[in-house]
Write a new protein. Sequence first.
Length: 224
Amino acid sequence: MQSETIENYLKTIYHLSGGNASVVGNKQLADKLNVIPATVTEAVKKLHELKLVVYEKSYGTRLTAAGSKIALTIVRRHRIWETYLAKELGFGWDEVHEIAEELEHIKNDKLIKKLSEKLGHPHFDPHGDPIPDEKGKIRKSNFIKLSEAKVNTSYKITGVTDHSPAFLKYLEKHQLIIGALLSIKNVEAFDNSLLLQCRKKEISVSSKAAECIIVEELPVQTAA
């Protein structure tokens, strides 16, 4: 089993499990990796033999401590590369993911350390995803999905969970980018679409889009 394949599986299991020890089903993995279930079964059995995952036919696959450590290393590489590509080389946030997918497999800890130093040791990548530190620790936050936000409350966009170019271009078109301030004016009962107030404009977004936008509630400002 090639090293790059191992890394891709571990990283995908990590993401599908939500970054914890949750069990991931073979069908989930097959759909995400765009391979047939039989290929996944063969792969996770080998990862089980390598003690990187625990695989049980009736339940699915979860990362071991060793597998999680490798997955976090790959996630760290990926997100640092995305940040470097965006901040230092001028790539758009809709371009960096695909390039970082290739660069994340370069195994050079000194290189990643130098890139992090160059960037000022960032805590978040261009999509607002947290960057694990060298020990694999991730900064905790109280961020929520826009779909979970309250009406007539102020929020700041801190990230997105859909990194597809089409979605990111859609957000840019409406200026719903990282750091943008907004409030929810109304939630449509029929389809849960949201009417937002952002940059003095009213914008309607679908419930699907709201599920993929991460926000932070802003403190209420009191009069002086």
